[in-house]
Design a protein around this ligand. Sequence first.
Ligand code: MG
Ligand code: MG
Length: 277
Amino acid sequence: MIHIRSNAEIEIMRKSALMVSATHVEVAKMLRPGITTLSLDKMAEAFIRDNGGVPSFKGYHGFPASLCISVNEVVVHGFPSDYELKDGDIISVDCGVYMNGYHGDSAYTFAIGNVKPEVLRLLDITKQSVFKGVAQAHENNRVGDISYAVEYFTSKENPYGVVRELVGHGVGRQLHEDPQVPNFGRRGDGKRLKEGMVLAIEPMINLGTKDVYTLKDGWTVVTKDGKPSAHYEHTTAVRKNRGEPLSTFETIEAAEQANPELNSSYYAKAKPAVAAE
Ligand code: MG
Ligand code: MG
């Protein structure tokens, strides 16, 4: 069943989504070579609870942490660990917050220091692809219009692999609700979109091929070819003429630019292209 949220409910959901974004800002401030991914998770859990929220992921189907932290060839669902970040790594951070009865869900990939230009470009294109999907999240379109827009931009206009095993989703009182929102598909396919639906649009895009597999821990998804993967996600309200992100990247980008250990050069070019849409 696909839920339609009232404007009042969407405003409550915006608070959860913005708490996720605020958590990403705190992560962005901490990121540097030598820091462990577990320390990021501990900070995030404390930050979320101090602000009256509950980390959506902790204990979800047994997931052990508040953040999914996926470094380099890890696509999604990486466990925070004693791994120390190093110069040249990319780190995808996925976070969910439950507050006032509703979840927010958003992901962001950061570049630590001297990341290869081809990888920075993957981040740029993956981030832009979220907005390609968001632009299609309007009344009377179908889920397939979002899927197609993401797939076309990342794998036709650009040379990347679109992960198929994992998809976006409805979000609301449950972290994962109907409908599924794949990052590949055909225009006009799937469920019709109605104003008030709230969808997590979350492209997972690989530098190499689309193929992935899950490690023996049952969670960690990695690329088959060992090449890096990027992940950005917005909790998005379906509106009349276009989708409206309820989470934001703007505050994260500001924190990213303010942190000299992070490489944010990739989106300086990307931003006008997104805004011009
Ligand atoms: Mg997420
Ligand atoms: Mg999600």
